[in-house]
Design a protein around this ligand. Structure first.
Ligand SMILES: [Mg+2]
Length: 279
């Protein structure tokens, strides 16, 4: 499981299934939706084939490199060493064949048990441009911190190290890997790193990778918090695309990993038709 608080997630999932948490998307009966298709199909067709999807990773890492180059040029003697902080999954490592498998299994939401089995298989691949960017950082004396929210029990740290090593990333060791098993709140770790480093950029596929204040189930609040920080995107925050999972899902369901039920498929369809022309 990715580091969710499992009991709380189960309670939330039950409430969501009862349409008790998301009135904005839970008003109509699931039976009203005669045709509910697999939610992941379009997102994964895009991830698996679109040059545009891969180009967005290059765009993100090119921007991150520009920020690092600027910080290196402005660095003065005696100041704190430079560092970057990056999320792991769907930022540096891609799990496309995990998601492809889910579709083949007729699953259409993130599945913890399958994820735990998949992580142990070491099948993740580096995202486009990730290796080159990380190697550039190391070659220029910029430290890399991998900060991930994962939970595969006692094996969590070793599995994460194995996944990162399997694709040849640099600085993969316990000093540079921070694993959060019990919470997805990354701010404490970020603060610890900032005590003795100047952090140039944060990289992630989820706004929560940057700041905890985005951890809201209120859609409008999440959108407006992001807009308040618009100047930080492409500067302090380098964001990568993820249409399959993340806290944007949580803002719809109240749960990042909703169970695969017709009720939840209906809620997602209502989110997709939140704005819809009525001729
Ligand atoms: Mg991620």
């Amino acid at each position: 499981m990715r580091g969710q608080v499992k009991v709380a997630a189960k309670i939330l999932a039950t409430l969501v299934a009862l349409n008790a948490v998301v009135p904005a998307f839970g008003q109509s009966s699931p039976s009203a939706d005669a045709k509910l298709e697999n939610n992941l199909t379009t997102a994964m067709a895009w991830k698996q084939t679109a040059a545009e999807y891969r180009a967005l990773y290059h765009q993100g890492f090119n921007l991150a490199r520009l920020r690092v180059e600027l910080a290196l040029a402005q660095k003065q003697d005696g100041t704190l060493p430079l560092a970057i902080i990056s999320d792991v999954d769907e930022t540096l490592l891609l799990a496309n064949d995990y998601w492809g498998y889910l579709i083949e299994q007729e699953q259409d939401f993130f599945d913890d048990a399958i994820w735990d089995r998949w992580v142990a298989e070491n099948r993740a691949v580096a995202s486009p441009g990730a290796l080159e960017f990380l190697e550039f950082c190391v070659a220029n004396g910029v430290e890399i911190f991998y900060v991930t929210n994962r939970d595969q029990g006692d094996s969590t740290v070793q599995l994460a190290l194995d996944n990162l090593n399997a694709v040849g990333f640099p600085s993969v060791d316990r000093a540079h890997l921070r694993v959060l098993r019990e919470t997805s709140n990354k701010e404490q770790v970020q603060q610890q790193i900032r005590e003795d480093h100047e952090v140039v950029v944060l990289l992630g596929d989820n706004l929560n990778d940057f700041a905890r204040r985005y951890y809201s189930t209120d859609l409008e609040q999440r959108l407006s918090l992001m807009e308040e920080d618009r100047e930080r995107y492409g500067r302090d925050y380098i964001l990568f695309p993820n249409p399959t999972d993340g806290h944007w899902i949580r803002a719809i369901f109240g749960d990042s990993e909703p169970p695969p039920s017709d009720a939840n498929r209906s809620i997602l369809k209502q989110a997709a038709t939140r704005s819809a022309w009525t001729p």
